[in-house]
Design a protein around this ligand. Structure first.
Ligand code: ZN
Ligand code: ZN
Length: 477
């Protein structure tokens, strides 16, 4: 009996070891806990060059057809006669020669009706309609066709490879002797050639269609108005997690409610409040800065792209995404721009060193929406920044602290819609309900109707009511 027990015991020990070994092979060598913050990648320096020439090159007129016709007459003692067209391939009536300005009547079909013409006056050949060449992109400095050198997730990179390009030659000239030495050894460290990025997004900037109005339906909310106001106050204003809010509602107010109901309520209310938050006519300054902060959703890092008015302390963008990429920077800037009545001529956005903002700037420039981006390295991390930007850094840190203060207790969000709902409600709270010490204790966006109310639950309910009315006023009757 004793032997059997010993045998079984040894057997179990062996089994445990095998299981541990298998587990190790399956999961990996060590179980170091995950870092508390996502890894901060060092950014490559990125410069943005002016736009290329898209479509056919502009042809500069180099001759004057009147003068050429006169010269012809002097030389040959007779007029240069217009062509008598017959048959097929007659040039269109409105055609003029791009090189000399000769009118219809002086053009030969030069390639069997495929669109190339020869001017009888100046002897130039030209394509007036050139669909095949429309897709060619030309360097704005030397007019060479750009070469596609890279295909990235968000864009293709085109380069002017000409060594005679004025842009390239100027950059070579401007190098210091030390840089020239380094360039001779390691030319890849320098970007001297003209670069253009062609984006793949079909995102239309400042389109009204980017925002969709939701249906107002709060029928899932089974508690009284006041209870709902209390829940939002605890859960959003004070950042108390849903389970603790549920416990608090029972212990303090004697209201039995499940934590899941609390999550469901925030998810029902956030889409109704969002159009109001986004469509509100904010009184804005001209100082805006952007910053990404990270949150955990279902155990995975997500980013919130904040843009806010640095003077008025109003949050204008708050997109949540899995990706810290150019499209999200574009969306964040778009929701900021859509809140400005007119785009100021000297609009300048201040961001951290992430190149996605410069790429976004280039994307908007390609849609004729122009603004500057000032990148401040160290704006939103531990690194020191210059004195000029120190106040901005403090503003960003304060916003981050406020947000993180509310978010921290939740230890991350369980789902993506849940995180979006919470961030939206946080922004509604931050802009309309939260007194700000830097604004003499006023809320950033003052609504007199809310100010006169005595307590927070009433303010939340009035805000929801106003949001419902806002949606109704925007919906076609
Ligand atoms: Zn001509
Ligand atoms: Zn060039």
């Amino acid at each position: 009996m004793h032997q059997l027990v010993t045998f079984l015991f040894t057997f179990i020990q062996l089994q445990t070891q095998i299981i541990e070994l298998l587990f190790l092979m399956l999961v990996g060598k060590n179980f170091t806990p995950k870092a508390d913050t996502p890894i901060d990648k060092k950014y490559h320096k990125l410069t943005v060059d002016p736009l290329p020439i898209l479509g056919p090159l502009p042809i500069t007129k180099i001759y004057d057809y009147d003068k050429l016709l006169m010269d012809f007459k002097l030389k040959h003692n007779k007029e240069l006669k217009p062509i008598k067209y017959r048959g097929k391939n007659i040039p269109p009536a409105h055609l003029t020669c791009p090189y000399c300005g000769a009118p219809h009547g002086y053009f030969y079909d030069n390639n069997g009706g495929k669109g190339q013409y020869l001017c009888k006056v100046c002897n130039s050949t030209f394509f007036p309609f050139n669909p095949s060449k429309d897709t060619v992109i030309h360097c704005p400095f030397c007019h060479c066709a750009l070469e596609k050198i890279k295909e990235r997730k968000d864009f293709d990179v085109f380069k002017c490879t000409s060594m005679n390009c004025s842009f390239y030659k100027k950059n070579i000239r401007l190098m210091s002797p030390d840089q020239k030495k380094l360039f001779a050894k390691e030319p890849y460290r320098f970007k001297h050639h003209y670069i253009y990025r062609k984006f793949h997004f079909d995102f239309v900037p400042l389109s009204k269609e980017n925002s969709v109005l939701p249906k107002v339906d709060l029928s899932s909310i089974k508690v009284s108005h006041h209870v709902l106001g209390l829940i939002l106050t605890y859960h959003i204003n004070y950042g108390i997690p849903s389970r603790k809010t549920a416990a608090l509602m029972y212990d303090v107010h004697g209201v039995k409610i499940s934590h899941q109901s609390i999550l469901n309520y925030t998810r029902a209310i956030a889409p109704i409040v969002k159009p109001f938050v986004d469509g509100f006519e904010y009184d804005l300054s001209d100082s805006f800065c952007g910053d990404e902060t990270y949150i955990k959703v279902n155990g995975r890092w997500h980013y919130i792209f904040f843009f806010f008015d640095a003077v008025k302390k109003i949050i204008l963008s708050y997109n949540v995404s899995k990706h810290r990429d150019t499209l999200n920077a574009i969306k964040a800037i778009d929701s900021l721009l859509s809140k400005l009545n007119t785009l100021p001529d000297n609009l300048n956005l201040i961001t951290d060193g992430n190149p996605i903002y410069l790429l976004a700037q280039q994307f908007f420039a390609q849609h004729n929406i122009n603004f500057d981006v000032t990148q401040v390295i160290g704006l939103s991390n531990e690194d020191p920044v210059s004195k000029e930007f120190r106040p901005l850094k403090q503003i960003i840190e304060r916003l981050n602290r406020t947000f993180k203060g509310n978010y921290k207790a939740t230890t991350g969000y369980g789902s993506e819609p849940g995180s979006v709902a919470n961030v939206t409600l946080f922004v509604a709270y931050f802009n309309f309900l939260r007194p700000h010490s830097k604004l003499d204790g006023n809320v950033p966006a003052v609504i007199p109707k809310l100010n006169s109310l005595e307590h927070m639950p009433a303010k939340w309910l009035t805000l929801i009511k106003m949001s419902e009315e806002y949606i109704k006023s925007k919906q076609p009757a």
